[in-house]
Design a binder for this molecule. Structure first.
Ligand code: KMH
Ligand code: ZN
Length: 285
């Protein structure tokens, strides 16, 4: 079986320390947890940034501080998030791409809705629509192409694979493409079942690579299915705050340790960061 790339999404733009106090927010915490994940067997990290008040930011300086800190101590593949958050404009979201020219950056290839409802108090805790037109998407794709950044194409419903094919046709994305299947967000079409994962993975153009991102309780079951199907996995506290049912994660390295254990049991060897670069067709460091 091909070596397994373990990516860790260390922290997101939605949940904060209020949801899990161990969630890293500040650059020094993010860097420290990235190093621990690398030691545990991660090949890549997916990075979001926050300002000193803990609000999501896309500022290239903050991303730059995190990237420099991770690069100083590890050879991890670094994927920067261009997903942004409410009140962050499209231009701001992708500003770090030309500024930092990351190896990988997330590319949400369509519009998505995310929300969390508090049933007890009957109100929305978060309610965010990432609204992107085709020309917005083309702009993001071309910014990545120009910077030499490989897009990590985030797929929230199968139709978004068609968008990737369209942008490849017009020369804004080049093959081989790398995809993430985000599975288990209510209201989005990638239902977290084996059937859906099989369908998604079989719908990709020849030569593509992919990883599965299971949200919340779906994280480890979907990761295991992904590993069995020959895909790669993303785990970590951006997507799931619990290391097992009812038990809050103490840090991100715990997720890597758990995946390494499962991969060992099913006979899937783990990729080093440089092996991940080979698999993804990234330049050597
Ligand atoms: N929040 C995840 C479900 C991004 O950062 O651009 C998908 C994600 C997207 O990580
Ligand atoms: Zn993200």
């Amino acid at each position: 079986m091909e070596k397994l790339i373990i990516t860790v999404a260390l922290t997101g733009a939605q949940q904060g320390k209020g949801a899990n106090p161990n969630l890293p927010e500040q650059p020094e915490e993010i860097i420290q947890q990235a190093i621990e994940c690398w030691r545990a067997g991660a090949a890549a990290v997916h990075v979001h940034a926050r300002d000193r008040e803990g609000k999501p930011t896309a500022a290239p300086e903050v991303f730059g501080e995190i990237v420099d800190g991770i690069k100083a101590k590890t050879d991890l593949v670094i994927c920067l998030s261009t997903g942004g958050a409410a009140k962050i404009s499209l231009q701001e979201r992708i500003g770090m791409v030309p500024a930092l020219k990351p190896e990988l950056a997330s590319f949400n290839i369509g519009s998505t809705m995310t929300g969390r409802y508090d049933f007890e108090n009957q109100k929305w805790l978060s309610d965010f629509t990432l609204s992107q037109s085709y020309s917005d998407l083309e702009m993001i794709a071309r910014a990545m192409l120009e910077a030499g950044t490989k897009p990590e194409i985030e797929i929230y419903d199968p139709g978004m694979i068609n968008n990737a094919l369209l942008f490849e046709k017009i020369g804004a994305i080049v093959k081989p493409m790398h995809f993430s299947f985000v599975m288990g967000i209510p209201g989005q079409i990638n239902t977290p079942t084996p059937k859906h994962l099989l369908y998604l993975s079989e719908s990709l153009p020849e030569g593509s690579t992919w990883q599965v991102i299971g949200i919340g309780v779906h994280q480890f079951p979907m990761a295991t299915m992904g590993m069995l199907l020959g895909g790669h996995v993303r785990v970590g506290m951006e997507d799931n705050l619990y290391i097992s049912r009812g038990i809050m994660a103490e840090n991100n390295a715990q997720f890597v340790e758990k995946i390494v254990r499962i991969a060992g049991e099913i006979g899937r060897p783990i990729a080093t960061p440089d092996e991940a670069r080979d698999i993804l067709g990234l330049k050597k460091r």
